[in-house]
Structures are given as structure tokens and as C-alpha cells.
Design a protein around this ligand. Sequence first.
Ligand SMILES: [Zn+2]
Length: 374
Amino acid sequence: MQVYRRGDTGHVVAHVRSVLASLALPVGPEEGVSATDFDATLDKAVRAFQQQRGLSVDGIVGPDTLRALDEARRSLGDRLLYFSPSRPFVGDDVAELQTRLLNMGFDAGRCDGIFGRRTESALGEFQRNRRLAVDGRCGPATLRELHRLARVVVGGRPHELRETEELRRRGQGDSELTVAIDAGHGGRDEGWTALGLCERDIVAEIAARLEGRLLATGLSGFLIHSHNESPDERERARRANELGADLMISLHVDGAPSPRCQGVATFHFGSPRNASVIGSKLAELVQREMVSRTDLVDLRTHPRTWDLLRRTQMPTVRVELGYLTNPQDAACLAAPEFRDTVAEALLAAVQRLFLPPELDLPTGQLRLPAVSLH
Ligand SMILES: [Zn+2]
């Protein structure tokens, strides 16, 4: 096979020049030089291209460089891509498709630019997820959806984006969103008792208020146990799973030997290296709403691997709504208006999680039920 280098002439040279130009490389030709002439400028561009693609940088256009040029000039949408076992599609368009799928959390395997079986199944998964016809082919409707999402999906946190999209779709859809509400104690299990107050009763009341508010805004709130019982964490998780809840909020009030301990903290599943993305997002929202609406000290959000957080299949948070053993926090918790504020903060956090960003208002400004999901 013929190779081309500086000094050569021919229509292949013109082809190489036009492909490199389409990749935004400066290719000349210089004044007085024909497009079919392999000049110094083109030589530089070929070397730059070889460098980018991990080829030997010699300025010689042989079979490898020609193949790489052929792959590079494909951009997503130029041709219909599908799995062809005998002669797989290869090119930058395939690589772009793989990158997009991977960025959204669909397992297209290694981004190698070859449309193999794994790319096909990831694409099918994407189509199923976006409610498109599932044929594993990258046709017009699939391309449109990929381009539309490209504006939303910026890469880096694929699973978050995928889960967030899922949540938003649920928020905009007709299916009812169910929030499992877990009052942390019940029955003979009183939790913390101090300063004439009892954790069991406080969280039960806040749980009931939250349930009412969820219902009023078209969401479905569900108390996973009665006031008279206190199932263990596994059982609580099992009930929430069985219910098929979309989220779970577990309510507690903290206590400590020192009356100086005070503040609100929210916990979600995970370790510092590997956290539940939606769980941590919900925890962040709950914490922000609580801190902006009350005078409680901000003890921040934390990942934990507690049974309740780990065994629930939906994003779950546990909120510690202040210290019953601290006089200031206890005074807040004793007031009915404060319990209303807490329920409102929790509802606002849930709504924010489901709302698309353009409908979201600054923290603490959501007035309920002004923004309804239905
Ligand atoms: Zn508790």
C-alpha cells in the first residue's frame, strides 16, 4: 500500500488535508500551494494528529494513520450505528456514543470506539430507561434524546445524573411518589427523655405533620409503623422496601450527657469514599432547609452504614432534630410551631429533590403548597 509524506502529491493528500481541517487542525495550504500537495504545514498537522491518536509520530500517512483519520472524521449522527457482528462499526462516533452512555451510568464497557455487544446492551438499557423503542440501534429518536441529555449530562458523576433524571421523571410523571416516614421510636421504646420531654412523642408528632403535608401536596406519605410499636432497623427497612417507597425519612431527636451538645445533623448511607448519591443529596437538602428555617446549630450531613440506611432500597436519610438534653434545643422541640417548621423543611427538601433546577427556588423560600408536583 502506498504511503504519503511531505513532497508527495495526489488526491489522497487533499483528502487527508480536508479530514484534518474538519478536526480543526491548521492544514494550509500555504500561498501558491495546491490542496493536493503535501507541504510543511500539512506535515505538521499530520504529526499533531498522530500525537493525539497515540500513533507513531513520523508525518507519514500509511494504513494506520489513514484508518485513524477515517475513524476520526465520524461524528455521532453521521450514520446509523448498531451491532454488526461480522463487521463492527468503528469510529469516533461510536466512542462518543460510549462516552455519553458511560457518563449517564450505562455500562458500555471500555470506551474503545468499537460497537460491540456491550455497547448494544448499554444502548438498549438507555432506550428502556428513556422509554424509547428498544432496538439497540442509534437511530434518530435515540440521537435526539442523547443530544437533549447532553445539555444536562456534564460527566463526572454518572450515577448521580442517572438517578437524578429518574427522580425528575418520577416527579413530573403521573405515578404517585411515596415517601416512607419512620418515627424513630414507639411503644415502650421512648428514645431520649429529658427536661420533661420524650423523643418518641416528639418524632411521632412531627411524622404525622409531615404525612399530612405530603398528602396535601399530592405526594404520598406513609408511616411505616404505628405509635405503639418499635420494630428493629431491619424490619423498618423491610417494610419500606415492601412498600416500594421512593424515599425514606427517619426521624430522631438526639441526646448527650453534656447539656452543651446541640444542633441538627442528617445521615445518609455510605462511607466517605462511596456514598449513596441521591441519599447524600437528600441529606444535604434536609440539612440546608432545617438550618435556614430554624435556629438549630448546623452539625452537617454524614455518611453512615447503619442497617436502616444500608438495607433500604430507596434513598434514606435519618435526621437528628436537635438535642433533647440541651435547654435551647429542647425549648424549640417543645413548641408546636417549631414542629410545623420541621415538617415544612422536610417537605421542601423532598420537593427540591424532585424538581427540575429551573423550577427550584433559593433555599428557605419555598412556600408550601405553592409549588405542587401535580
Ligand atoms: Zn432516637
